[in-house]
Design a protein around this ligand. Sequence first.
Ligand code: G3P
Length: 250
Amino acid sequence: TQTVKPLIAGNWKMNGLSASRAELDALARGVAEATAGRVDMAVCPPATLVATAADALRGSGIATGGQDCHTAASGAHTGDISAEMLADAGANMVIVGHSERRADHGEDDACVRAKAEAAWRAGLVAILCVGETEAERKAGTALEVVGKQLAGSVPDRADAERLIVAYEPVWAIGTGLTPTAEDVAEMHASLRAGLVERFGAAGEGIRLLYGGSVKPGNAEELMSVANVNGALVGGASLKAADFLAIAAAT
Ligand code: G3P
């Protein structure tokens, strides 16, 4: 197995107004001390703040990402945003297939796969999310469900330069609940095996993030699990101090 530099990415979801510029500036000021270059960081604000974030974070080493993109580059798709537009606004990456998109917008694996391809077309890194529901975890089908999502959502020719996979158990998102370190280890080992089986050595270097109620207090334990190469952080990424504390604990 390769050594993979961890990434701590923040998903602001539908939070943040222009006043968030102050949090972005605080992140840019604090990142060097918090990470000492050991950890990469990224912020995925709502689309209205992508250009602001890219501007505030320029030169800090913190990347900027979108939270979703359309599959097309442009066209008659009212309300949608393309990967090319995110790149034009200064984004380096985009989240695709978050469970909130899968649930709220009916996105299936084929749709998520097409969005990841769109991200690549625009030169963005795709942060592709997978994760089981509470019912699936209780039924003992979590590994199978997530394995199917991975196989169905990840396009061909994936590599570490273009793809990051985030495992987010739906029941752990915003709930304060987290899986045990053993359960995370089991899932991430299974994801790693799936990537290596399909992509060979390239699959070894693809970052596997854990997401779901990551906080400063549990980051050290979760981030030290085998095959966990960082975190996708929701609520705790909204305050620069908390988000930097998670990076520092990694
Ligand atoms: O994408 C990150 C997310 O779904 C986790 O949210 O608030 O549980 O950290 P949260």
